[in-house]
Design a protein around this ligand. Structure first.
Ligand SMILES: Cc1ncc(C[n+]2csc(CCOP(=O)(O)OP(=O)(O)O)c2C)c(N)n1
Ligand SMILES: [Mg+2]
Length: 554
């Protein structure tokens, strides 16, 4: 037996003299990070100096604005399931990156933001140091689940490890860590510990699962509402098994698109909710806020009960009163729920004919909304099943949230409830970095694209061949339509003057294409995918109908 006296402690023997910057680099490598979306500056010099020694290990993508560091990290995380890591300077750098963190927060995406800080002895003193803002860490807590600072180099490994523990346990959400400029240069005897283990699956309280299984198994007309939690947990197979047992239609939210292939008759879009929800007696809400987006808490019809399963106990019951709430990982929890439901389940005839017909009717109604349907389906037609679509906050993407069939998990990336203009193109670049072998299509409006147009440089410099489409109506079209239709035509600040996009593409050294209709768009996408090079496709369009109005949803 080895005694404490006879050998140095293992920590001492493994500790090495290194700088804070080296400790940060080693800690990230230790957690399996090999890609950084980073924009340097003086407070990060100690980190970048150390990073140079490991430049063979890390792919460092430097965009042209910090908003893109976190958007790219989010896109990377959402398609790979791995943590996406952004690196920014403090103050304005982190503020610029915060919109991306808000998107990741709303979509439960494991993004790590690493920020520099001013000198440790000056923090919150208001001396006017470069990039100083008061209470930076408090500010960023609003869009992260955890934020922490290390002011000693020896504390860096534990700070990074805690960040990854936060990213790999409970609800995946962004995390921030920050390091003062002097801490990154200071040296110490530093030990890098074992990496944080991968996510462990917890299936939830067996009694609650049993109660839920009884309710579902005995239900006459069960329905499932599935959200992005299914994607994060990789629980599509378990969800489908339960849905098939119950012959329950699954309404899939925007964040959940692809959780079950849209080729399956049980997979229904959010458009189906209006008709299917009132028919249901037991509603299982799985990995979704089940929010109307407007509050207040939903009221259920008499005779209806809701069951909610979510990794975050705080989400349970927030937007709907629940008869049973199960805090569990979706994959393990749904597997257990399916297992037990089978024991209580009624015999259920297949609802294939009925629900396939319902789905077909919905598709026809959605398909009548032109030009959105034709243009969106042109994209779908040219993409393989595993092709990735990133929808900005724009007309063709709104239609796609409702109507574009998605066949594989994590292949449709939306803006979540932040709906932030400018997220789309940068997020698509990050997705392509994460999945270089899969075609990635970025759907943009001219307004939203203007926020990230500079990242055309990033696309060229880092050879990230995204098929970038700009639907150009020379307007913040959605705003303009609302002003025209609801406010008596009082158009203000909603019309845009744009560059010539073909000239723009040429200026950045990118292949530019122009497509005037769905058929031309198909050709342009096909050629772009074949060449697998950075591409900008402009599609000139005119004002489009409001899809929600056409569908009488709003
Ligand atoms: C960060 C941010 N700022 C402002 C808005 C408000 N907004 C919603 S849609 C929209 C217009 C979008 O224009 P464009 O990208 O050209 O798409 P279009 O509606 O024309 O299809 C605006 C300004 C927003 N969603 N996000
Ligand atoms: Mg527009």
């Amino acid at each position: 037996m080895v005694t404490a006296q006879s050998t140095p402690t293992s920590a001492e023997s493994r500790a090495q003299q290194m700088t804070g910057g080296q400790a940060l680099v080693a800690s990230l490598k230790n957690e399996g990070v090999d890609t950084l979306f980073a924009l340097p500056g003086v407070q990060l010099d100690g980190f970048f100096h150390a990073l140079w020694e490991e430049r063979e290990h890390f792919r460092i993508v430097h965009p042209r604005h910090e908003q893109a560091t976190t958007y790219m990290a989010d896109g990377y995380a959402r398609v790979t399931g791995r943590e996406g890591v952004a690196v920014v300077v403090p103050g304005p750098g982190l503020l610029n990156a915060s919109a991306g963190l808000s998107a990741a927060y709303s979509c439960n995406s494991p993004v790590l933001a690493i920020s520099g800080q001013i000198r440790s002895d000056l923090i919150d003193k208001g001396v006017g140091a470069l990039h100083e803002i008061p209470n930076q860490i408090g500010m960023i807590r609003s869009v992260t689940k955890h934020a922490a600072r290390a002011t000693e180099p020896e504390a860096i490994p534990a700070t990074v490890a805690e960040a990854f523990r936060q990213l790999r346990t409970g609800r995946p959400r962004p995390v921030e860590v920050e390091f003062p400029v002097d801490t990154l240069f200071a040296s110490g005897q530093i030990e890098i510990g074992a990496p944080v283990p991968a996510r462990r699956l917890t299936s939830g309280d067996p009694d609650l699962i049993e109660q839920a299984a009884k309710l579902l198994g005995n239900a006459t007309n069960p329905m499932i509402y599935a959200g992005g939690g299914i994607q994060r947990a990789g629980a599509g197979t378990e969800l489908l098994r339960l849905a098939e047992l119950l012959q329950a239609p699954v309404i899939i939210s925007m964040n959940g698109k692809g959780a079950i292939s849209d080729r399956h008759y049980l997979a229904q879009g959010i458009y189906g909710e209006r008709d299917l929800l009132p028919q249901a007696d037991v509603i299982l809400v799985a990995g979704s806020r089940f929010s109307t987006g407007e509050g207040p808490v939903r009221t259920l019809a008499s005779g209806q009960v809701a069951i909610q399963i979510d990794i975050d106990p705080e989400e349970i019951g927030r937007n709907v009163p629940v008869a049973v709430g199960i805090a569990a990982d979706l994959q393990a929890g749904l597997a257990e729920l399916a297992e037990r439901t089978e024991r209580h389940n009624r015999s259920r005839p297949s609802r294939k004919d009925e629900l396939a017909a319902f789905k077909q009717a919905a598709a026809e109604q959605l398909g009548s909304i032109e030009p959105q349907a034709g243009l969106a389906m042109a994209i779908r037609a040219e993409l393989p099943d595993n092709g990735i679509v990133v929808g900005e906050y724009t007309q063709i993407a709104y239609w796609s949230f409702l109507g574009m069939p998605i066949y594989e998990p994590n292949t449709f990336i939306g803006p979540g409830y932040q709906g932030a203009l400018g997220y789309g193109f940068a997020t698509a670049l990050g997705a392509k970095v994460g999945k270089p072998d899969v075609p990635v299509v970025s759907i943009n409006g001219d307004g939203g694209f203007g926020y990230s147009m500079n990242e055309l440089s990033t696309m060229v410099q880092h050879e990230i061949p995204v098929v970038t489409i700009v639907f150009n109506d020379n307007a913040f079209g959605n705003v303009k339509r609302i002003q025209a239709e609801q406010y008596g035509g009082r158009l203000l600040a909603s019309e845009l003057v744009n560059p010539d996009y073909l000239t723009l593409a040429k200026a950045f050294g990118i292949t530019g294409r122009r497509a005037h209709d769905a058929a031309e768009l198909r050709t342009a996408i096909r050629e772009s995918i074949k060449l697998d090079e950075p591409t900008l496709i402009e599609v000139p369009v005119t004002a489009m109908p409001n899809p929600w109005k056409v569908l009488k949803l709003r």
